[in-house]
Design a protein around this ligand. Structure first.
Ligand code: ATP
Length: 134
């Protein structure tokens, strides 16, 4: 899990609860400190540095999630580094359609839009509950 913002940390927690081994990476020491007692392995590193990811043994992981949202540059460079390392499944978070297009074109296998997908799901839920009352 790369990027321990609100989305990344919730996802890392859920995967850990589901008994998956999670290596969490963030460049911000405060985030690393904050999550180190709640997740199995939390390390500080800049994920845009391919060498740093290699040293962490990313090549042996089957899946990587790039949960960085706000910095398009950091998310794209991270996906590129993961592609270079031969990561079999790269999931990447996009914050716009253009961001999604770039992530796919540099090699992300799955692009996710947490805010938009949650918005859609909640809208359907609200409408279905409304229909229950009609
Ligand atoms: P969220 O909505 O999930 O809270 P955000 O959009 O507010 O995220 P982002 O800028 O996407 O915040 O950052 C999410 C996390 O990714 C932060 O904890 C940040 O430190 C981390 N991050 C950003 N760039 C890098 C990087 N190059 N290497 C490692 N971690 C990074």
């Amino acid at each position: 899990m790369i990027g321990l913002g609100r989305f990344g940390c919730h996802l890392a927690e859920s995967l850990t609860r589901m008994n998956h081994e999670v290596l969490a990476i963030d460049r911000n020491p405060a985030q690393v400190q904050r999550w180190s007692s709640q997740l199995d392995r939390v390390v500080q590193a800049d994920s845009t540095e391919e060498g740093a990811l290699r040293q962490l043994g990313i090549a042996s992981f089957g899946r990587a999630v790039v949960a960085i949202g706000a910095s398009v540059e950091a998310s794209v460079l991270t996906v590129l580094a993961l592609v270079e390392l031969g990561t079999p499944q790269i999931w990447a978070r996009a914050t716009s359609q253009k961001h999604a297009k770039i992530l796919s074109s540099v090699g992300a296998h799955h692009v996710i839009f947490p805010e938009a997908e949650t918005g859609d799901r909640v809208a359907h839920l609200i409408v279905s509950r409304l229909l229950d009352f009609i």
